[in-house]
Design a protein around this ligand. Sequence first.
Ligand code: DX5
Ligand code: ZN
Length: 219
Amino acid sequence: METLVSPSLLAADFLNLQRDIEMINSSDADWLHLDVMDGVFVPNISFGFPVLEAVSKACTKPLDVHLMIVKPERYIKQTAKTGAMMMNVHYEACTHLHRTVEEIHNEGMKAGVTLNPSTPVNMLEDIIKDVDMVLLMSVNPGFGGQKFIQNTIDKVARLRELIARTGSKALIEVDGGVQDETAPLLVNAGVNILVSGSYVFKADNPHEKIKWLKGLKTR
Ligand code: DX5
Ligand code: ZN
């Protein structure tokens, strides 16, 4: 499978959102990654549903929504209303994850489960066949531009094994510190989708960066 790229809007210029979304529209990006933070689950607040709705009107790429909020099940319908393709909820934020995944599917979205860096992949043993994607955090969630946590490479390999062993169809996405050095290692370990914020948006030529990420193949 080719590598998919989901640039994270968190690193865009919020005074020029329309311009930056148009840049994404005209790029090879596959999805647009949107980071919602509540200041409780993570020590930062980003943007919420009014912004998602506005972005959704301007963006021609499928929306990959990453909710860093407590009890994300409260917002399943609202997320669906934005036209989101994928709703990612944190394993650590859901008490009844199976029910939440089911409700996300009932609202017509794909369901992604996200793991913090310290949560082992084997916690997904009994849900892996029900999810469309696992999002591995390669930084502690809350901020863009952080240093990549190297253990993620081994974690991707362990998740690949779990997926193969259970016959799950889940895709693997990684988020945080994805750039020149880390992206090839991730793809080689079996990652399907790369989220990238500052590496793409702070570049002189974001189109080139996106194209380069997309061109990465398993060795
Ligand atoms: C972090 C967010 C990421 C962030 C990644 O909490 O989930 O999506 O935007 O930013 P970079 O690519 O700069 O590490
Ligand atoms: Zn994210």
